[in-house]
Design a protein around this ligand. Structure first.
Ligand SMILES: Nc1ncnc2c1ncn2[C@@H]1O[C@H](COP(=O)(O)OP(=O)(O)O)[C@@H](O)[C@H]1O
Ligand SMILES: [Mg+2]
Length: 294
């Protein structure tokens, strides 16, 4: 029993119900092909020789489709070293979230806070900028990542332009590649600045469609669900049902399968089947939208 499972999931078969449920909910990395491609692009950028115009990358795709997860995985391999005995911390890669309102001062304050720097919140933009750039150099920054770039669009047009200038300036000053992540509209935001647009290579993380890659993903998920018997998630019927309910983002697929596994465990069912997919505690995006409209 459980020969289709990854070792950890297999070991879980004999654990208590509580432990199995916890294991189902625990975050796990699944390395599907497109994510591995993105990671290898990030690795390439990290070792790119310094030059005036560094190449940049724009990872775009629908929300809940694994963009941030790729960055988290990348950060695991390139952690900060606080270097308590040395002078400056070593920060080869820094990830900042674009603030909800795109104000440059706020952006620099976010950077300084992440680096545990003290600053005067009353400081003007020029000072904050100088301090942030000096510190980022001292930390040996080699790659800057900006998540949720689409938040730029929440600002007025002149704010948006100002921010894109800032990104271009940072790239030039630090001579590091910049990686941005965001939904489709983030790509549009970058287009506002022609020079910047030319320097960003788009990398799409599109909604999943049924096909070989999707079936592979389902098999990967199945291997970590602590259920004794095979569910054949990658069979035609199951794959079609999962795709229809989840609408094809990896986050929704995972949420559905977690709910299904939970249902199976609680009800003593040894695998997931179509009945379980229908009965489990998962509300599809479509149903959620409908509920919101009511
Ligand atoms: N490679 C992956 N392996 C396992 N789970 C993933 C993976 N990518 C995404 N997920 C799941 O999908 C959810 C949404 O992913 P996230 O990276 O936050 O999406 P986005 O940043 O595109 O909105 C995550 O909480 C995680 O549970
Ligand atoms: Mg995200």
């Amino acid at each position: 029993m459980g020969d289709h499972l990854a070792p950890k999931a297999k070991a879980m078969l004999t654990a208590s119900e509580g432990e199995r449920l916890q294991y189902v909910m625990a975050p796990k990395w699944i390395g599907y092909a497109r994510a591995k491609e993105a990671l290898s692009k990030l690795e390439d950028l990290l070792v790119h020789p310094k030059m005036h115009r560094m190449p940049n990358l724009m990872i775009h795709g629908p929300t809940n489709n694994g963009k941030t997860m790729i960055i988290q995985r990348f950060m695991r391999d390139h952690p900060h070293n606080d270097n308590p005995d040395g002078d400056a911390a070593e920060v080869p890669v820094l990830t900042v979230q674009m603030p909800f309102s795109p104000e440059p001062r706020r952006f620099y304050r976010t950077i300084l806070e992440q680096l545990f720097a003290t600053y005067r919140s009353s400081d003007n933009l020029a000072n904050l900028e100088t301090q942030a750039i000096r510190l980022l150099r001292a930390c040996g920054l080699r790659l800057l990542i900006i998540d949720e770039l689409h938040n730029i669009l929440a600002g007025r047009m002149d704010n948006q332009r100002q921010f894109l200038n800032l990104i271009r300036y940072l790239g030039n000053e630090l001579e590091v590649p910049i990686v941005c992540l965001g939904i489709q509209s983030a790509l549009r935001a970058i287009q506002i600045d022609e020079q910047l647009a030319n320097r960003f290579e788009p990398f799409a993380l599109p909604t999943w469609e049924d096909g070989q890659d999707f079936r592979r993903l389902l098999n990967s998920f199945e291997a970590v669900l602590p259920l004794g018997e095979r569910s054949f998630l990658a069979s035609d019927n199951m794959a079609t049902a999962i795709m229809a309910k989840s609408e094809g983002t990896i986050g929704e697929v995972l949420m559905l399968l977690r709910a299904a596994a939970k249902y199976s465990i609680i009800n003593g069912i040894s695998h997931v089947n179509e009945g379980v997919l229908g009965a489990c505690d998962y509300i599809s995006p479509r149903e959620r939208r409908r509920a919101a409209e009511r």
